[in-house]
Design a protein around this ligand. Structure first.
Ligand SMILES: [Fe+2]
Length: 217
């Protein structure tokens, strides 16, 4: 059982730091794991994790956070769903609606991820962020129904980046939304699912980022 988990863990965290993040250049080798063939599902998770990492890093820069904090956000984004290695793939890859019991399984991934990081040398400090990344500002999230500012701020930030990427990505079970529609949804969920201050800042950040890209095009 342990060897199966290890194998899946290696596949899951086959991550490379993008070239754009030159600050991490020296650490690239430390983050590089053996490349093995991946299924479409695994590529989807890897891409999503990298997107969340880059968005969190860039949003952290926009907020004026320190390099150390942005690095922590980047790593938290990469590893936010690491706990899914402990969830049966048949559930993770199910295309239809999950049963109540299956959803209970999926919800375990934040706690499993936190436990993995807690015992991973050098990554222990990410454990809390990962544990609470599915909490909601209104206290209706999981795994502990923590609410408001009791939720660690990096967890609140990762939750936003996670939801944003999920909305603008095409998945097997959904079409992608436009950036504008995703921002509208984030503002609609401000104070419910998301921290209102971060939600406002995030949408402003997205439009700033988007206009920069348009100018460059
Ligand atoms: Fe998650």
């Amino acid at each position: 059982m342990k060897s199966i988990l290890d194998k899946r863990l290696i596949r899951f965290i086959d991550l490379e730091v993008p070239d754009c993040l030159v600050a991490f250049e020296e650490e690239k080798t430390e983050l590089h794991f053996p490349i093995v063939e991946k299924s479409g599902f695994e590529i989807e998770i890897k891409t999503h994790s990298e997107n969340v990492a880059c968005t969190a890093y860039s949003f952290g820069q926009y907020l004026g956070l320190s390099n150390a904090e942005n690095k922590e956000l980047y790593l938290s984004g990469l590893l936010h769903d690491i706990g899914k290695v402990g969830i049966p793939e048949v559930i993770l890859q199910k295309s239809g609606r999950l049963s109540k019991k299956e959803y209970q399984y999926v919800k375990m991934h934040s706690r499993i991820g936190a436990n993995i990081l807690k015992i991973t040398p050098g990554l222990e400090n990410l454990s809390k962020t990962i544990l609470y990344h599915h909490e909601r500002y209104d206290g209706l999230g999981y795994p502990t129904e923590l609410e408001g500012e009791k939720i660690p701020v990096f967890s609140r930030l990762i939750a936003l980046c996670d939801a944003f990427d999920a909305m603008i990505s095409t998945r097997s079970y959904q079409d992608s939304r436009s950036i504008e529609a995703a921002c509208e949804e984030i503002l609609l969920c401000s104070g419910k699912q998301f921290d209102p201050y971060l939600a406002k800042e995030f949408t402003e950040y997205v439009y700033t980022f988007d206009s920069i890209n348009l100018e460059e095009a």
